[in-house]
Each structure stands twice: as C-alpha cells, then as structure tokens.
Unconditional design. Structure first.
Length: 118
C-alpha cells in the first residue's frame, strides 16, 4: 500500500511564490517571489521556517540547484546600454558570491543537471 501525504501550505508571507524547487539534500526549497513589483530568489526550510531572500533584481527567477545543494543558478534581466539583457547567475545558499556566467548570448531558464563522474 502506498501512503501519500496531503499537500500543506508552508508560506504565508506577502507576495506571490512560484517555481519551488527542492534541494538535492531535501533541507531547503528554493523559490521565486514577487512582491510590490520586485522579484526575489529565496530559500525556505521544508517546514516553512527560516524564509530568506538571497537574490533580487528585475525579473530574477527560475532557480535550479547544483548537484551538491550548495549553489543555485537563476536568470536575471538587467539593463545594459539602454537594452534589457537576460543572463544567468549563480549564488551560494548563504546569499554571497553572486556571479554572472559568461554565455555566448542571452540566456534564461537554467536547469542544473546531475553530476557526471568520468
């Protein structure tokens, strides 16, 4: 017999939450949040406690976990030379070390695949 748990709401903060993604270790859920026309990447513990924002910016969204669960990749739109540019960024789960990835052109909607051992 298979038992399934009922879905349970764990977020009650202001704004809209979207794109939830479980960490590989199962300890956090990354999400996109919009609140008052601002976009955020956040983390929350699986029981709904400890919500925190780790990245912000215009159209900051689509988090994806690294295989080791210590880093997120996401896309962000920013203005450069009066043009809107979509690029990929990484950030560690402490909210430090945000880095723009170099890509041959614009990029969005990242999906970090599994680790491959050669």
């Amino acid at each position: 017999m298979v038992y399934q748990k009922k879905a349970k709401r764990i977020t009650f903060g202001g704004g809209s939450y979207a794109t939830p993604v479980w960490s590989p270790r199962g300890d956090y859920i990354a999400f996109t949040k919009t609140y008052r026309n601002e976009f955020f990447i956040g983390l929350i513990k699986k029981d709904g406690s400890g919500e925190r924002v780790i990245a912000t910016g215009y159209l900051t969204e689509s988090p994806s976990w690294s295989p080791n669960g210590r880093t997120l990749i996401f896309n962000k739109v920013y203005k450069s030379n009066n043009k809107l540019i979509s690029s990929l960024f990484t950030i560690d789960i402490t909210g430090n070390l945000e880095k723009k990835l170099n890509t041959p052109g614009e990029a969005s909607d990242p999906d970090w695949g599994p680790s491959i051992n050669y």
